[in-house]
Design a protein around this ligand. Structure first.
Ligand SMILES: Cc1cc2nc3c(=O)[nH]c(=O)nc-3n(C[C@H](O)[C@H](O)[C@H](O)COP(=O)(O)OP(=O)(O)OC[C@H]3O[C@@H](n4cnc5c(N)ncnc54)[C@H](O)[C@@H]3O)c2cc1C
Length: 794
């Protein structure tokens, strides 16, 4: 039996071990070495666990269908123990659509326990070196690792006894030879440094007093600013895309919370957030419309159905007929334009409605690939001024000069300045230089580099893979979807690419298992068409790496992100049949469970596929996720007009005009998923000609488990929730509402002490945004009999 060493027990290492064990049983003797004292990689296992790349509370940006392997349903994972602190029972069996990081860790732990025998995974074992040697005329991997703790698992002791160096104290070195090596050490291994201009005089970087954190270090403003009370100044987030938009929205949210949470110390309420990024990007929320645009009427549908973003974007029906093949490398202008148009259809436009040219791709720029962020609150913070966008590359960080303009380190203020330059074709300003002053904290969201994940591979091995230490995004060149390089057939990479999707990792692992289990496939002779294709693949990667180094504008945001193409391409190559039952042929979301192979637990895969079918069915026939989409889109500032029609004397009739604001804050009750403090202010003009200033406050809440929006009265402090007011239950469009051109309708009825409130709300969407929404109340009671009709517009 051939021996295989897998380095890393994150998602990649685990799925590689499981696949080799179950898809090619009896073929390999497998060992997994993991430097941490747990499995799961970057996903922590416990609530509140710190020190990782992500906080334990971070929600995934893709749904539980994509953050999953083919044959473990989320249903089988015990997520309850950490929920026990939450008050309510109703969430006990609820599996979030976007699980938190600690829940993902639990999933991976369950996966390992279920499919990988204990004695295969060796924790606290960091691989230090792997080199190729010749042993009895056969090429082998000589691997060195050291233990990081003396708390060896019992299984590890057995393993150590088999190893050539019988020691087990912390820091002990071990070495052993293997036939095959799989690298599963993760692509996003360490923060990419912030590249600043060198000062012209050749000196070191200038003095910059504020604290600087990488986005993966940022937890909260308290830790970033470490200041006492009433902090004022600017916080700058550098870098667009996924981490940058998430960090900027996170900071803006914490400031909003400081202003609007009850009992808040308001420490950061006077801070501003600047977001500096070099090219525009679209911000997609977690729920997207499946059918946003009607070709028949050539207009946006007011009542689109919604689904989690990945189920919408990675839908097979989006691909043209014929075999689906993965797209690699730089992006041609026609493909780029199609992508922009698709995103416009989802967003209901090109983002110019947000009021900032910085986040809009001009017509000319749409020949370049679209970049995106995946975060709920970003766009509405931009629209409402909670985030100030600034297009440019941050090039200098300096100390704020004192009032005489002198940079004496003794005298300068504690604040700093950030200088950004915008460059063609992305510049929007003249002159193209911007300076943000009074900067009190900087978060740089420059992404990650994989160098520290591969520094243990010997120089000879790295050389064979055309290692480039200056390339942070593509240090090695690969063939076959970033798995192999023909120079070293006994080496494979799983999950080692930008945007590692779990389903793709699983397919990669299957290809490795297949190739190594059938030795004939291992050697590719120099004159086969496969070899020609491999050479071409290498050429594409080389060209891509050059383009990345030269900052070419046609480089996609992630260089291997064609999820559907990769899954389908690999499935075809492997002969894995897609499960189309219940999806009307080649339609529906592309998820790993639809591609279970003979090594999979079919019953588990079927549970996941059933869950997917039910979810899609609920989306199209039960208005599922509309409340989530509506609630997200309500954030921010609205122009409000209300008509009051009272049937009782003593209660005014008239018109209220003003503004309404939905301010995000942390849910004040863990039962709820999201919360706004609602504040309206304006003037009521009564039918009798009186005018009076009026304002109102409520709290609006969204609960994912029931998929409902509710409104609550607030106490006299204007912030604390008092008691329940109303709930919105979304209804499916009827022929009548359709004929009348109405949006989504939601009803509610509630007895408030002696008054009965019946509500009818209407939400008119344009893509992910709400163009307008209205709330009509009929209030009836001993002293009330009126109709209130409010319309909210941007
Ligand atoms: C900030 C951030 C957010 C993300 N959010 C999402 C998301 O929402 N959804 C999603 O699907 N993906 C997300 N990803 C992508 C994520 O990288 C993958 O989901 C997945 O974790 C990759 O798995 P991996 O096993 O390849 O890498 P990792 O999870 O990084 O695991 C690698 C493992 O290898 C071990 N290791 C490294 N070097 C050695 C060594 N020398 N010896 C022994 N062990 C070693 C590490 O300790 C680690 O356990 C995110 C990534 C980042 C950085």
């Amino acid at each position: 039996m051939k021996s295989v060493l897998i380095v890393g027990a994150g998602p990649s290492g685990l799925v590689a071990a499981k696949t080799l064990l179950h898809s090619t049983p009896g073929k390999f003797n497998i060992t997994v070495l993991e430097q941490q004292n747990r499995v799961g990689g970057m996903w922590v296992l416990r609530k509140g666990e710190t020190g990782g790349k992500v906080s334990s509370e971070m929600s995934t940006n893709l749904s539980r269908f994509t953050v999953a392997f083919s044959d473990l349903s989320w249903d089988s994972v015990d997520l309850d123990s950490d929920l026990s602190e939450s008050k309510g029972e109703k969430k006990r069996n609820h599996i979030p659509m976007f699980p938190k990081a600690w829940q993902v860790g639990r999933y991976l732990e369950t996966y390992a326990k279920r499919y990988i025998p204990k004695d295969i995974i060796h924790l606290n074992s960091r691989v230090m070196k792997a080199e190729r040697i010749l042993q009895d005329g056969v090429k082998k991997w000589k691997v060195e690792w050291k233990t990081l703790s003396d708390q060896c698992m019992p299984a590890q002791k057995d393993f150590v006894e088999n190893a050539s160096i019988p020691q087990k104290a912390e820091g002990s070195l071990f070495q052993r030879c293997y036939d095959y090596l799989i690298v599963g050490t993760g692509f996003f291994s360490s923060p990419r440094p912030l590249a600043l201009e060198k000062p012209e005089d050749g000196s070191d970087q200038p003095f910059f007093p504020p604290k600087i954190q990488h986005s993966s270090e940022f937890v909260d403003l308290e830790k970033l600013l470490s200041k006492g009370s009433n902090v004022k100044g600017n916080i700058v987030v550098i870098g667009g895309g996924i981490s940058g938009s998430e960090a900027a929205a996170n900071v803006a949210f914490q400031i909003s919370n400081a202003k609007h949470a009850p009992l808040s110390k308001q420490n950061y309420a006077s801070c501003n957030v600047y977001h500096v990024f070099s090219r525009p990007f679209y911000c997609l929320p977690r729920y997207l419309p499946q059918d946003p645009y009607s070709p028949e009427t050539q207009s946006y549908r007011l009542t689109p159905t919604f689904s989690p973003l990945d189920l919408c974007m990675y839908n097979l029906s989006r691909r043209p007929d014929g075999p689906i093949l993965p797209a690699h490398g730089r992006m041609a202008p026609d493909r780029a334009l199609k992508l922009h148009q698709f995103i416009h259809s989802l967003l209901g436009g090109d983002q110019r409605d947000l009021g900032h040219p910085e986040v809009v791709y001009s017509q000319q720029q749409q020949k370049f690939p679209a970049y995106t962020g995946l975060v709920d609150m970003y766009s509405e913070f931009i629209r409402s001024g909670g985030i100030i966008p600034l297009r440019g590359r941050a090039v200098q960080l300096n100390a704020n000069a004192d009032e005489f303009g002198i940079f004496n380190p003794e005298a300068v203020k504690k604040e700093g300045t950030v200088k950004a330059l915008s460059q063609p074709p992305w510049d929007v300003y003249a002159p193209n230089e911007c300076i943000i002053d009074n900067v009190i904290g900087v978060i740089y969201a420059t992404g990650f580099t994989p160098h520290t994940s591969i520094d243990w591979l010997s120089e000879e091995v790295r050389g064979a893979l055309e290692y480039d230490k200056n390339s942070n995004r593509l240090p090695f060149l690969f063939q076959r979807h970033s798995i192999f390089n023909n120079q070293i057939p006994e080496l494979a990479f799983v999950g080692f690419y930008e945007g590692p999707f779990w389903g793709v990792m699983e397919m990669q692992a299957r290809l490795v298992a297949r190739k190594w289990a059938s030795p004939d496939e291992r050697v590719i002779s120099s004159d086969t068409s496969a070899s020609k294709a491999s050479k071409e693949e290498l050429e594409v990667m080389r060209d891509l790496r050059d383009a990345i180094i030269q900052h070419c504008d046609d480089v996609p945001q992630f260089w291997m992100n064609d999820y559907v193409g990769l899954i389908e391409g690999l499935a075809q190559e492997l002969g894995v049949e897609r499960n189309d039952s219940g999806f009307d042929g080649r339609k529906g979301p592309c998820i790993a469970a639809r591609y279970a192979d003979s090594g999979c637990d079919q019953s588990q895969a079927e549970v996941v596929v059933r869950d997917l079918r039910d979810t899609m069915e609920a989306s199209s026939t039960q208005a599922r996720f509309v409340a989530a989409a509506a609630f997200r889109a309500m954030q921010g500032t609205w122009v409000l007009r209300r008509k009051l029609d009272s049937r009782l004397a003593g209660f005014p009739s008239g018109i209220f005009e003003g503004t309404a604001n939905f301010h995000p804050r942390y849910p004040t009750d863990p039962e709820f998923t999201a919360e706004y403090l609602y504040i309206e202010e304006g003037v009521l003009t009564t039918n009798t000609g009186f005018t009076l200033n009026a304002n109102r406050r409520y709290v609006y809440r969204y609960d994912e488990a029931s998929d409902k929006i509710s409104a609550w009265f607030v106490k006299d402090d204007g912030k604390t929730v008092d008691y329940f007011f109303n709930e919105m239950q979304f209804q499916l469009p009827t022929p009548d509402t359709k004929a009348q051109g109405k949006g989504w309708i939601a009803n509610g009825a509630h007895l408030c002490e002696k008054d009965m409130y019946e509500s009818l709300c209407e939400f008119r969407f344009r893509g992910v945004s709400l163009e307008t929404f209205g709330i009509i109340y009929e209030a009836k009671g001993p002293k009330k009999d009126y109709t209130s009709e409010s319309w909210y517009e941007r």
